[in-house]
Design a protein around this ligand. Structure first.
Ligand SMILES: Nc1nc2c(ncn2[C@@H]2O[C@H](COP(=O)(O)OP(=O)(O)OP(=O)(O)O)[C@@H](O)[C@H]2O)c(=O)[nH]1
Ligand SMILES: [Mg+2]
Length: 217
């Protein structure tokens, strides 16, 4: 689940092993994936917007967005966006190697996209058992569905967290990521029989409160 990279050279002392954790950010067209990653990342995100691919005049992101959060000296989160479009399916095959979990973004004010969100969720759960959370974006919109109605519309299992999010706001995005990380922790803690103290220590490490490393370019 976690890739470990250890850098060393004949002239440098060995460095701490770094755990690299990959998180997928998925959702229907224009649900806020690029915005979410951009708000979270300590690096400028990399993506390509192309005109003329959709019926609307809006540009469409065709490349995979990528973001990074250094949680601690030995722990780095990599965020990747993947759209609902089938042409990105090949990317999912690559991304699922070392995948920790997924954030499924939903535009709360666009019920016509709920079916696609659900189908993305079904495709995800068909190929991996990695945990996921659903993030209800655009909650400020006057037509936004509240999270209780969204849960019903998306036919979400009761144990799957559904959190409101503002994808433009780093604190809100971190809160959604924390929900995912804590879910991963509690599920793996149950599996491995970790003590409450171990879990609390791991949660503190993943609180993202310490993720204030300066932006590196
Ligand atoms: N006010 C507000 N605008 C948002 C929010 N999330 C996304 N947007 C805007 O909604 C539009 C679509 O957001 P994107 O992040 O490009 O959506 P996307 O899912 O990456 O889109 P595709 O990759 O093309 O599918 C952009 O104009 C964003 O600025 C939000 O939480 N609040
Ligand atoms: Mg995008």
């Amino acid at each position: 689940m976690i890739a470990k990279r250890k850098a060393a050279s004949p002239t440098c002392p060995p460095q701490t092993a770094v755990e690299i954790v990959k998180i997928l950010v998925v959702g229907p067209y224009a649900s806020g994936k690029s915005t979410f990653i951009s708000a979270a990342s300590e690096l400028p995100t990399t993506y390509t917007e192309v005109h003329g691919l959709s019926e609307t005049k809006q540009p469409v992101s065709v490349a995979t967005d990528f973001g990074r959060i250094t949680v601690a000296d030995d722990l780095v989160l990599y965020l990747f966006a993947a759209g609902g479009r089938r042409r990105l399916d090949f990317m999912r095959e690559i991304l699922k190697v070392g995948l920790l979990g997924m954030v499924l973004l939903v535009d709360s004010a666009k019920p016509e996209a709920f079916r696609e969100a659900n189908s993305i969720r079904e495709r995800y759960t068909a190929y991996t058992s990695a945990p996921y959370v659903v993030a209800a974006n655009f909650q400020h919109h006057p037509n936004a569905w509240d999270v209780h109605d969204l849960r019903v519309a998306l036919r979400l299992p009761a144990e799957v967290p559904l959190v409101p999010v503002d994808a433009t706001d780093r604190a809100s995005v971190y809160a959604a990521l924390r929900t995912l990380l804590y879910r991963v922790l509690s599920l793996s803690g149950i599996e491995s029989g970790a003590s409450p103290a171990d879990l609390a220590a791991a949660q503190a490490k993943l609180s993202l409160g310490a993720a204030t490393h300066p932006v590196q370019v």
